[in-house]
Design a protein around this ligand. Sequence first.
Ligand SMILES: [Ca+2]
Ligand SMILES: [Ca+2]
Ligand SMILES: [Ca+2]
Length: 225
Amino acid sequence: MGINWNLSNEAGNSLTTADRNIPWLQDTLESNVRRLWGVTYRDVVILDSLNRPINPPFNLTANDLSSAATRELLKKRLRDAARFVDSDDDGIGDDWEERFFGDLASGDADDPDLDEGSNFFEYALGSKPDSPEDLARLAAEFVTIENDDLFSLRFRRRLGEAGGLNYEIQRSGNGEDWENVGDLFTLSRKTGTYDGSGTEEVVFVAPASSGGPFLFRVNITRLSR
Ligand SMILES: [Ca+2]
Ligand SMILES: [Ca+2]
Ligand SMILES: [Ca+2]
C-alpha cells in the first residue's frame, strides 16, 4: 500500500504507487499520520502480527529496490514478520496468546470463555477465546455452481505458515473410522478476513453425488517441527 504524505494534497498520487493498481492512502492535515508514525520519506513500515512496528523501517532511498538483492532482503523481512513462533510448545502461536491473554499461561485445552471451544480450536478456526459469543463453526451446504451440484465446506484457517497447523478434510460412513478425502475436494474460494484474526476463509467443494451418506470433518493437527 502506498501513502501520499503530502498533507491534503493529492498531486502526485499517481506517482505514489507508480501507476500500478495498488491501494494508497492520502494523508490529511487533520490526521497527519506522517507525524504520528514518526516516519521519514520513503519508509516502508512493517507491522508484526500484533500491529507493532518492526524497527528500523525499511527505507527505499537507502535500499534501492531495483537491485534483486534488496528485493530479497525486503521479502525476508516480510516473511520474518509472519513467522510462526510457539515458544511454550502448546501448538498455539505466541502472538495469539499474548494478544488475547497478555501472556502464555493459558493452555491449548483450556476454555476460559466457557463456550466449549478449546483455545486450540478457537486459534485454529479464528474465533475469539475471550468471548463466548464468538465460536467458529464448520459450515457445510449443498450448492449449485454452473449447473454442477456440489457439496461445500467453509471454514477459516490460519495465515502465516498456517499457524503451525495442518487442515485435513475427512469423511466417515459410521462416525468412527475416518479417511482423508482432501483429494475429492477443490478449493473454490479463498478470502482474506482482514479482521485481525490472522485467518482466511476457504471454501472447498466436491461433487454432491459421491455415494454416502457420509459424515465430514476437518481434522486439525500440529505440523511436526
Ligand atoms: Ca504458544
Ligand atoms: Ca473457548
Ligand atoms: Ca470464543
